[in-house]
Design a protein around this ligand. Structure first.
Ligand code: TMP
Length: 243
């Protein structure tokens, strides 16, 4: 580990090279940021929790024929992944109106969307991850129309699987963000993470709009009990998967 070359440090994870050029090591950090890093803090144990939740969900999605970059976890907060080139698009899938969708459209929080909404944001910290249109995606040459169709299809399939999975955990999957990568054989793989940092998750056992929040909105909105919420998600996910 100590000699491994650091390739990239993001807000929540550090990426290292390994002896095998086909394999990278991701180390999940306890650091938390929001609003494009204008708000910074730490969530104790988050690195390990998010790594374990992502590993469990990626392995399970793999069993549902969704290809991912996940390989294994040598340590609880470390994940070995297949090397991919990350597509600079954050794919957000929404089942229920919340967050920026409500701020930008006036839709009331909690409105169930008739069809899941798939949105694309430009993965660029300098530009503040702006919402993209299809034409802007092609103007910037981020992906081909065929690849975008493949991404949307896979994102909707992942949503269907995760919605029913979280429902069994008594958790409502409100919305979430995905990233995709391309491997050396030009295959599209689900990459990055799926965790309370990247999803909105509402506890079906709680009615109160603040008490039900089990995700990073607890940190964004200073709702407290952040660590407990992340631990509870991990426990329900692992119990449902009998891990
Ligand atoms: P939004 O409502 O702020 O656009 O967020 C939609 C979803 O995307 C939500 O589940 C949180 C997730 N998300 C990220 O994972 N990273 C980000 O940088 C942002 C802004 C949102």
């Amino acid at each position: 580990m100590s000699q491994a070359a650091k390739l990239y440090e993001g807000k929540a994870k550090i990426l290292y090279a390994t002896a095998d050029p086909e394999i990278l090591l991701t180390v999940y950090k306890d650091d938390a940021t929001a609003f494009n890093a204008q708000k910074r803090g730490q969530i104790k144990g988050k690195g390990e929790i998010n790594c374990q939740i992502t590993a469990a969900l990626f392995a399970w999605l793999g069993s549902k024929d969704i290809p991912t970059h996940y390989l294994d976890c040598p340590e609880p907060n470390q994940m070995r992944v297949k090397a991919v080139e990350i597509i600079p698009i954050e794919v957000v899938i929404r089942n229920i109106a919340a967050g920026s969708l409500c701020r930008q459209t006036g839709l009331p929080e909690g409105k169930i969307l008739a069809t899941p909404l798939v949105e694309y944001y430009y993965k660029s910290d300098e530009l503040g991850d702006p919402l993209l249109t299809r034409d802007r995606i092609f103007l910037l040459d981020l992906v081909t129309p065929e690849r975008l169709a493949e991404i949307e299809k896979m994102a909707r399939e992942i949503n269907k699987n995760l919605q029913s999975f979280f429902d069994k955990c008594k958790i409502t999957l409100v919305d979430f963000k995905l990233e995709f990568g391309i491997d050396r054989q030009q295959n599209l793989l689900l990459a990055d993470e799926i965790s309370p940092d990247t999803c909105r998750l509402w506890d079906q056992k709680q009615n109160d709009p603040q008490s039900r929040v089990m995700d990073k909105d607890r940190f964004r909105k200073d709702l407290g009990q952040v660590e407990n919420a992340y631990q509870e998600v991990q426990q329900r996910v692992l119990t449902q998967l009998k891990l």
